[in-house]
Design a protein around this ligand. Structure first.
Ligand code: SF4
Length: 70
């Protein structure tokens, strides 16, 4: 079984996670905060260098900053 089968966002509108708008990002992060596979989702996004969307509770900008140590 893949971790994304337990994703809390699984049946939600992807636009919430990829619209790149502060209001949507806050709502997406609230979903991630209560997701049981958040750690695995964030690890996947970091390993795959996903630039866009909220994954694992972080935006693309936040993940890139984490990777670059900023
Ligand atoms: S952490 Fe967020 S983006 Fe990742 S699977 Fe869970 S709800 Fe979806």
């Amino acid at each position: 079984m893949s971790w994304d089968e337990d994703a809390r966002c699984r049946d939600l509108d992807p636009e919430l996670f990829f619209a790149n708008r502060p209001t949507f990002e806050r709502r997406a992060k609230a979903v991630c905060a209560r997701c049981g596979v958040r750690d695995r989702c964030l690890a996947f996004a970091l390993e795959s260098r996903a630039e866009y969307g909220v994954w694992g509770g972080l935006t693309g900008r936040e993940r890139m900053a984490l990777i670059s140590g900023r």
